[in-house]
Write a protein that binds this ligand. Structure first.
Ligand SMILES: [Fe+2]
Ligand SMILES: [Fe+2]
Length: 471
């Protein structure tokens, strides 16, 4: 384990100063990253002091060092979690072999693809969120979106380090491409579709961090099991930062729901006071959750089987002994798929169903947060509930693509789906309603009318704290 070098131009615990060639390559990439940040990171706010946390070590609490910093001066570093001694591969065909500290030649292309796909989501989300600062509902929220942005930038660093160190010239080319693609660009878009979706307002942002970032958590968790140990250790550390992004989303939607519930209980129509009605919140949930289901890839996937067999990507918490067959050769995964307007049972050999298993673990987590939002509604005596759609709903990838279901997962005719589309997904008018609520509130302790204040501030400070000091 290398010591943490915080004084270096690129803070790190990977012994960069002893690898001159790598150091030089990353120091050349650094100004290009900063150019990208200035062009595609948060627009404006460059001179303002933001109360941010910066990772300074990987031990207990090392990731939670808070101070005021200007975003372009943020110390983006490279940190790997501490290695376990004598670590063995704990699933797949190589079960029991020592983990790899270099890329096995036969898996080189596949591993590069996995890392690039993960890496591409990190700058993509920063691009998606670049204008949100201008309409932040409070200083607390303004600080939170910037925190998410700088950490996604650090995640890009984490993946670019792996590309540079382990993948030679190909890896360096990929690192350049990561700064060239643009979210939503017609000719050079980001790799995954949900990362090309516009995130035009804060309800979209909170849905993104609830559902899309949560996919990120599950992908990172599967990679944290990897037999390619530098990747496992890198993603393990990323997960500690990711947890905050998910809480921003879960609490964010929860606070919107709470404000709407307060108004409903008073008998006030949210629309008349610049707040967001429950039916629009529901449509956003349908939209963002179903788009995020697609990020898991096909439920029946030969690639997923290959990744698992090779020991590259495990199941969720594979190392915690939750699964009785670490080779996943014996069982099948059973699910249901539409045939006409009925459902038929489909059996998938377990190894080919790894994406489906990860998606199910993710779904249970989404269910938990939606249940929490519904407890808030109940607390305010609102009879309606927010519904999480079935995993079959509105899919463009996998076994349900090209089939039609209602949000409960019942097969329906395509014409029926089209007819009900506007009742399920936000219309232009709904987006306009939400947009009309988005007015910046930059005074400490004040908050916009469409969202409730958080139960807690950041780092034990109150909500009223001055989280952003404008220059
Ligand atoms: Fe990330
Ligand atoms: Fe994230």
């Amino acid at each position: 384990m290398n010591a943490v070098d915080l004084e270096a131009r690129i803070p790190n615990n990977v012994g960069l100063k002893d690898d001159k060639k790598l150091l030089r390559a990353l120091e050349q990439w650094q100004p290009r990253f900063l150019d990208w940040w200035r062009e595609m990171g948060p627009s404006d706010f460059r001179e303002d002091q933001i109360y941010l946390r910066t990772a300074v070590g990987v031990g207990q609490g090392g990731w939670a060092n808070f101070d005021y910093v200007k975003m372009p001066d943020y110390r983006w570093g490279i940190f790997l979690a501490e290695p376990e001694p004598e670590k063995k591969i704990h699933f797949g065909d190589k079960l029991g072999d020592p983990v790899w500290d270099a890329v096995p030649g036969e898996h080189r292309n596949v591993l590069r693809r996995i890392i690039v796909t993960q890496a591409d989501t990190e700058p993509a989300s920063v691009e998606q969120q670049r204008l949100l600062g201008h309409t932040a509902p409070s200083l607390y929220d303004l600080r939170n979106v910037f925190q998410v942005n700088v950490e996604e930038g650090r995640h890009l660093w984490a993946m670019v380090y792996l590309l540079h160190k382990y993948f030679g010239a190909d890896g360096r080319d990929e690192a350049e491409e990561l700064l060239r693609r643009r979210s939503g660009h017609a000719d050079n878009p980001r790799i995954l579709q949900a990362f090309n979706k516009p995130t035009p307002d804060w309800l979209s942002f909170f849905c993104f961090t609830s559902f899309t970032d949560r996919d990120g958590k599950y992908q990172l968790a599967a990679l944290a099991e990897s037999g390619f140990y530098p990747l496992a250790r890198s993603t393990q550390f990323m997960l500690t930062e990711e947890a905050h992004h998910l809480s921003v989303g879960e609490n964010g939607v929860g606070r919107v729901v709470e404000r709407t519930a307060q108004l409903m209980k008073e008998g006030t129509d949210p629309r008349t006071v610049g707040a967001i009605p429950l039916d629009i919140i529901q449509k956003y949930v349908y939209e963002w959750s179903s788009a995020s289901y697609d990020l898991f890839g096909g439920e029946d996937s030969s690639n997923a089987a290959t990744y698992f067999g090779a020991g590259l990507k495990g199941r969720y918490r594979e190392g915690d002994g939750l699964y009785r067959d670490p080779k996943a050769l014996e069982q099948a995964y059973t699910t249901q798929v539409a045939e006409g307007t009925a459902l038929r049972t489909l059996e998938i050999p377990l190894r080919r169903a790894m994406n489906a298993l990860l998606l199910e673990a993710y779904y249970a987590d989404c269910k938990r947060i939606v249940d929490r939002w519904n407890r808030t509604l109940k607390r305010y005596d609102v009879a309606a509930e927010v519904k999480l759609p079935s995993l079959r709903f509105n899919r463009q990838q996998g076994i349900h693509a090209g089939k039609w279901y209602d949000p409960e997962g019942n097969p329906i005719a395509q014409a029926e789906f089209e007819k009900r589309r506007t009742t399920w997904f936000p219309s232009a008018e709904d987006y306009a309603t939400v947009k009309s609520c988005m007015k910046k509130v930059y005074e400490p302790g004040k908050i916009a009318n469409w969202i409730a204040p958080p139960a807690q501030g950041i780092n034990n400070n109150p909500f009223e704290w001055e989280y952003v000091k404008f220059h």
